[in-house]
Design a protein around this ligand. Structure first.
Ligand SMILES: [Zn+2]
Length: 169
């Protein structure tokens, strides 16, 4: 039986809009999780996971703190939010595709071993094709996501300024 522990920190994300210069901010909670039979070690693991996330955010990996927050004044979505969101979705999509090819190769192996004919493969094909189509369409929608239509291109990329408020347990 493992203890499931969490460690949290609140990040205050301050933004100066790339399009209109308006300043606004939002808060985002980072959560580290740890699991271990020993309660103390589970807590340590959670704290470690949290500090890894904080380091990543400080190094510019904004995917961890990004929600598409349009500017309240001009509704422009900051360039780094879109970039971070695409990166994260690209990563998820890559994982899904990897899992799918892994499963497909197992199924193919089983089919070859048991010398099944094409008719008995139909259920796999019927399941597999919609799954692939779903992921491809989803990826295209995500990659082509353009929330800033009608806005002029920003003069410059302005990364957010992030303050970590307090480690809250
Ligand atoms: Zn704005």
């Amino acid at each position: 039986m493992n203890y499931q522990e969490t460690a949290k920190d609140l990040a205050q994300v301050s933004i100066s809009c790339e399009s209109c210069g308006n300043s606004f901010s939002y808060k985002h909670t980072l959560i580290g999780r740890g699991s271990h039979p020993d309660k103390f070690k589970a807590e340590m693991a959670a704290l470690n996971a949290l500090s890894t996330q904080i380091d990543r955010v400080k190094a510019g990996d904004y995917g961890l703190i990004t929600e598409y927050k349009p500017c309240p004044q001009c509704s422009y979505v900051q360039s780094w939010m879109i970039l971070a969101g695409r990166k994260r979705r690209g990563r998820n999509w890559g994982l899904a595709l990897g899992a799918f090819s892994f499963l497909a190769s197992i199924v193919a192996g089983l089919i070859i071993q048991s010398k099944l004919n094409i008719a008995s493969m139909m259920p796999f094909i019927m399941c597999g094709v919609p799954v692939v189509v779903f992921f491809v369409v989803r990826a295209l929608v995500m990659l082509l996501y353009q929330p800033n239509k009608g806005h002029e291109a920003p003069q410059q990329v302005k990364p957010p300024s992030i303050t970590f408020i307090a480690p809250a347990h």
